[in-house]
Design a protein around this ligand. Structure first.
Ligand SMILES: [Zn+2]
Length: 395
């Protein structure tokens, strides 16, 4: 494949975005206002939808207001932090190095400011396009901590009556269209027992032991998936997984613990159902509570949802997949090992595909980078999108 060259304007925009600190725990408003102002210079107005305390916003803009609703180019603006990581370049430096290949280094360069910057650099081309449909930019907050922002963004679109016909999410897939990933469902379980001197166990409810019973249930479920769940080939692990990530409880060797808590996750296949997995856990908790409450009526389990990111399953036959293949020059489609906002867009009725520059192997790592060749491929993708002429091209 002959490699196109990245335009200085696109590189410049990507670098500007990488230099802004948008770690999820911080505000993303500097970046959102920057994009809003870039678009305003072209006469394009942006819709901003905020989180509860107005420290973060999603941005949605339509390039071609007087045309039919068209294709969303979507990305999340937040990044993971770099605490404790061993970087050889400044994480916000947006340094370009030429060897071993031309690369732009920085937190968020692959995940996913490269895509956002290249998309933004084509705003004018989309505005001037002869296509009968609009291009929409949708940039969200808080993806990395549970895909919270995009739900507000989609609700805002619904309220405004904007109905795009397709969505391309630029998560790093090496510019190969991706049509499936597992879901990520995380929960916290708090166990309240009854404290006692450890010589008087019959008068107590041991919170750690009750928690452990549920953890054992989670482990049983994990083993059952590994043993007998129908396989979905193409994933690194072709069955649903369950994992307990944190567990705490107890204060001393001779005190029956009153409190314990743990956090766990399900990563369900697109053909499985994490909510049903969670209801199995809830049912087991209700069963255990019967005996616990005979000793201490106040004892029991409580659950909190940390995040629920639905799995995603498109098809090679979806018009949006074919569109992404045509724009990327790829004839295949791949699957992802990571969660994205794709399932949420699809659930809202918008056909979706994931295709963006860079590799997930570099995302979240020290010395995250995106190659300029990948950004150039992304630029070509955008140019081809701007060149489309017919509604039929997008489904
Ligand atoms: Zn991402």
């Amino acid at each position: 494949m002959d490699s196109p060259l990245l335009s200085p304007a696109a590189l410049d925009l990507v670098q500007s975005l990488v230099r802004m600190n948008t770690v999820s725990q911080n505000s993303n408003l500097e970046l959102i206002h920057f994009i809003r102002d870039e678009l305003a210079r072209l006469g394009v107005s942006s819709r901003l939808s905020y989180n509860a305390d107005k420290t973060k916003a999603n941005l949605f803009a339509t390039l071609g207001e007087n045309r039919a609703a068209g294709v969303i180019l979507s990305g999340h603006t937040d990044t993971v932090p770099w605490d404790g990581q061993d970087w050889s370049v400044p994480p916000l430096g947006a340094v370009v190095k030429e060897l071993p290949e031309a690369r732009l280094y920085g937190r968020g360069s692959a995940d996913m400011k490269g895509f956002i910057g290249v998309a933004l650099s084509h705003a004018e081309a989309f505005l001037n396009s002869a296509a009968p449909f609009a291009i929409h930019l949708a940039f969200s907050y808080d993806e990395e901590v549970g895909c919270f922002g995009v739900r507000e963004l989609i609700a805002d679109l619904r309220e405004a009556g904007i109905r795009p016909v397709a969505c391309i999410i630029g998560e790093p897939t090496g510019m190969v269209p991706a049509i499936a990933h597992k879901g990520v469902y995380r929960y916290q379980c708090c166990v309240r027992g009854k404290e006692a001197h450890s010589s008087l166990t019959p008068q107590s409810v041991n919170a750690i032991e009750m928690a452990a019973r549920l953890v054992g249930k989670l482990r049983d479920m994990a083993e059952a998936f590994e043993r007998s769940e129908p396989r979905y080939e193409g994933f690194d692990v072709p069955f649903s997984t369950v994992s307990v990530g944190q567990f705490q409880g107890g204060i001393a060797d001779n005190v029956v613990p009153r409190d314990a808590w743990f956090r766990y996750e399900f990563r369900d296949l697109p053909t499985a159902d994490a909510r049903r997995m969670q209801s199995e856990i809830l049912a087991q908790a209700r069963t255990l509570e019967v005996a616990m409450r005979k000793v201490a009526p106040e004892s029991g389990f409580s659950f909190e949802t940390i995040c629920e990111i639905p799995s995603f399953l498109g098809s090679e036959d979806d018009p949006v997949t074919r569109l992404a293949q045509r724009l990327s020059g790829q004839s295949r489609a791949t699957q992802m090992a990571f969660g994205t906002e794709a399932g949420i867009f699809k659930q809202s009725g918008i056909p979706t595909v994931v295709c963006g520059p860079g590799s997930i192997a570099q995302a979240h790592q020290a010395d995250e980078f995106v190659s300029l060749a990948q950004l150039a491929q992304c630029e070509l993708f955008m140019q081809r999108l701007a060149d489309l002429q017919s509604m039929r091209d997008i489904g």
